[in-house]
Design a protein around this ligand. Structure first.
Ligand SMILES: C[S@@+](CC[C@H](N)C(=O)[O-])C[C@H]1O[C@@H](n2cnc3c(N)ncnc32)[C@H](O)[C@@H]1O
Length: 255
């Protein structure tokens, strides 16, 4: 059973290090962390020093079946991977998800940088929650659909059946960036698309689980968790961000 949480679900204004320190061990089933972009772009050593104690807290807060997703980019991904290996141990590393998008500039002096890196660790490999997600098209041509709705291909040895919901998702995710006119936009500059968090939450939690985001920004993780029947807990140091997150949750019926 999950330990009782010291604070009620919802979004709070707080420095996440102090906020997490007040929570009991093992209280979170899933944590998504999207640390601030300006820090990531600035002094790398300062960013890593800021991140380490927070990753240690997140490790402590995860239930035995829990997972952590850390969203970084090409500037820091390799350093953060080494740090996470130290905190979680390398054998609990599950995936490096490449979030591929198309928006932004296309410089002429190197290949256009069109992905972020999301590092995924299990608290305990093998005990972790993982729901296989499916989608997209099979590469195989000449697929036919049987009377039971299952796609199949005829082979010399008889029909070869495929899953009707498409292939299992790989670790490269094509999810569009939020467009400037998206109805999802809250006005928060670093807001991530709900479709991205939907994959994270569906894959690594179940209904009734507690999903946490201690860099919650505009509350994308919290809103998606709530919509998918999970509990949600988050904080952000910015009162403006938490105001937006709370309005999003209120629109879903959470106070
Ligand atoms: C990249 S944004 C998160 C965006 C979020 N995923 C969304 O979809 O809106 C990083 C957030 O970390 C917050 N932050 C920075 N330092 C923090 C700290 N010490 N404690 C809590 N939040 C912090 C920033 O205010 C910012 O909102």
């Amino acid at each position: 059973m999950r330990p009782r949480c010291a604070v009620a679900e919802g979004a709070y204004v707080a420095d996440n290090l102090a906020f997490m320190a007040r929570l009991p061990d093992g209280v979170c089933d899933l944590i998504y962390a999207d640390p601030p972009f300006d820090l990531r772009q600035g002094d790398l050593a300062a960013f890593l020093a800021f991140l380490r104690p927070r990753l240690v807290q997140m490790h402590r807060l995860l239930a035995a079946h829990g997972s952590l997703y850390v969203h970084v980019d090409w500037r820091s991904a390799h350093y953060v991977k080494v740090m996470l290996d130290e905190v979680f141990r390398p054998e609990h590393f599950l995936n490096e998800i490449i979030w591929h998008y198309r928006s932004g500039s296309r410089p002429g002096r190197w290949f256009a940088r069109k992905h972020d890196n999301i590092l995924v660790y299990a608290r305990h490999l093998g005990r972790h929650t993982f729901n296989r997600l499916r989608g997209g098209d099979y590469r195989t041509r000449d697929l036919r659909v049987g009377s039971d709705g299952r796609p199949f291909k005829s082979t010399r040895n008889g029909p070869l059946y495929f899953h009707p919901q498409g292939p299992a998702l790989p670790d490269v995710w094509d999810v569009p960036f939020l467009s400037t006119v998206s109805r999802e936009r809250t006005g928060y500059a670093q807001q991530k698309p709900e479709a991205l968090l939907e994959r994270v939450i569906r894959a690594s939690s179940n209904e009734g689980d507690l999903v946490a985001d201690f860099f919650c920004g505009s509350g994308t993780t919290l809103a998606v968790a709530q919509r998918l029947g999970r509990g949600c807990l988050g904080c952000d140091i910015s009162p403006r961000a938490v105001g937006i997150a709370r309005r999003r949750l209120a629109a879903l019926g959470v106070s």
